[in-house]
Ligand binder design. Structure first.
Ligand code: PLP
Length: 403
């Protein structure tokens, strides 16, 4: 048999399905089709001016060289200050690091800890990259399906039932992409109770949507709620979503010094330090004026409200009210089995997403990409007008489906 040119590990992973959906929408638009894309996972705001200014000043001041692999001292101090001020977690300088996006933090963490056969518990629906990074590291993703009735949140019973001798990590992501779920302190304490019985398990708490919490809620994070578990928790965050800085590629974390040391070693053999200019900009983001956060948060909350009102009027769809992030995860079981005008049967969420795109001219990401079917995700990170247009296209495209 002919040998493939590419490494076996490449057979285990797939390109990000959400990026693929955005790309498809862009291609159709470029070909002249009238398409509204509700696929993107990034803020539709520009990076605040004072952050851009800090980057320009850094470049002019010659901060254009390699830095320490894990980040400059200034950045580490800013990260330590952020965790202390906003989360009440104390980290020392050797317990924090910065990488090229939160994605690289997660990559570093799993690649430096997950052995072949190790299991990573991932509550579904999940952000598309957790299972693939686990697979790349040689581990086994263990999915726990969430239920809409409990806002897709992991319960202590489900966690306990999925733990084995091989469990290495549990992933908690709140506000969740795509669910928008936020855990209360009591819910995290109940999970902590289970984790105390299983000392081998580490927890990756992905708090990247921390500042996008609705209805007066504030994010509770595990290392703050259960400080006795701090030595087993990697708290992940970044500036992409909070400060509209997705393109700058800067993520950071706090965790046990021994883990941070291994993650930095891995990073030293891949990308070295994160971009020096983005590091300076991140210091300005974390330490500068924070009023921008409220501007974004309230815009997303208003759009969430628009989305749930308009989707609520569409027969056949169901969803729970997101408490944060900028997505709505929509159930479409009620439309499965219906037919399009040309007689095609909608058999899956993929078929429905295809119909929404082809007939409705609106792009969404099908739920299987996030581990749950039949669902789809819409992003509300777009202007109110575009969002309304996209949602009314969804309504029209659903209405033409015949039982
Ligand atoms: N974690 C979650 C839940 C995300 O949705 C994303 C981006 O979509 C990331 C992490 C990665 O963020 P970054 O841009 O910092 O790599």
């Amino acid at each position: 048999m002919a040998k493939t040119l590419f490494a076996d590990r490449m057979q285990r992973i797939k390109p990000s399905p959400s990026s693929a959906a955005s790309q498809r929408a862009r291609e159709l638009k470029a070909a002249g089709r009238d398409i509204v894309s509700l696929t993107v996972g990034e803020p539709d705001f520009d990076t605040p001016a004072h952050i851009i200014e800090a980057a320009i000043i850094a470049m002019r001041a010659g901060q254009t060289r390699y830095t320490t692999v894990s980040g400059t001292n200034e950045l580490k101090q800013a990260i330590i200050g952020k965790f202390q001020r906003e989360n009440g977690i104390s980290y020392a300088a050797n317990e924090v690091m910065a990488s090229t996006g939160a994605k690289q933090i997660i990559f570093n963490a799993f690649m430096s800890t997950v052995q072949s056969g190790d299991e990573v518990i991932i509550p579904a629906p999940y952000w598309v990259s957790y299972p693939d990074i686990t697979l790349l590291a040689g581990g086994k993703p263990v999915q726990i399906d969430g239920r809409m009735e409990s806002d897709f949140k992991l319960t202590p019973e489900a966690l306990e039932a999925h733990i084995t001798a091989n469990t290495r990590w549990l992933v908690i992501n709140a506000p969740g992409n795509p669910s928008g779920a936020v855990y209360s302190e009591a819910e995290l304490l109940a999970l902590a109770e289970v984790l105390r019985r299983h000392p081998r398990i580490w927890v990756l708490s992905d708090d990247i949507y921390e500042h996008i919490c609705f209805d007066g809620q504030k994010l509770a994070t595990l290392a703050a709620v259960a400080p006795d578990l701090k030595e087993r928790i990697l708290t992940v965050n970044g500036v992409s979503k909070a400060y509209a800085m997705t393109g700058w590629r800067l993520g950071y974390c706090g965790g046990p010094a021994a883990l941070i040391k291994e993650m930095s070693k891995l990073q030293s053999q891949s990308t070295t330090n994160p971009n020096s200019i983005a590091q300076a900009a991140t210091v300005a983001a974390l330490e500068g004026p924070q009023d921008f956060l409220e501007t974004l948060r309230s815009a997303y909350q208003r759009r969430r409200d628009i989305a749930i009102e308009m989707l609520g009027a569409v027969e056949g769809l169901q969803f729970s009210r997101p408490s944060g992030a900028f997505y709505v995860f929509v159930g479409c079981e009620g439309l499965i089995g219906r037919k399009t005008a040309d007689g095609k049967v909608i058999e899956s969420d993929r078929d429905l997403a295809e119909h929404l795109l082809e007939f409705g001219g609106v792009a969404v990401v099908h739920g299987a990409a996030f581990g749950l079917s039949p669902w789809f995700r819409i992003s509300v990170a777009t202007s109110d007008d575009v969002l309304r247009d996209g949602l009314s296209r969804i309504a029209k495209a659903c209405a033409v489906l015949q039982p």
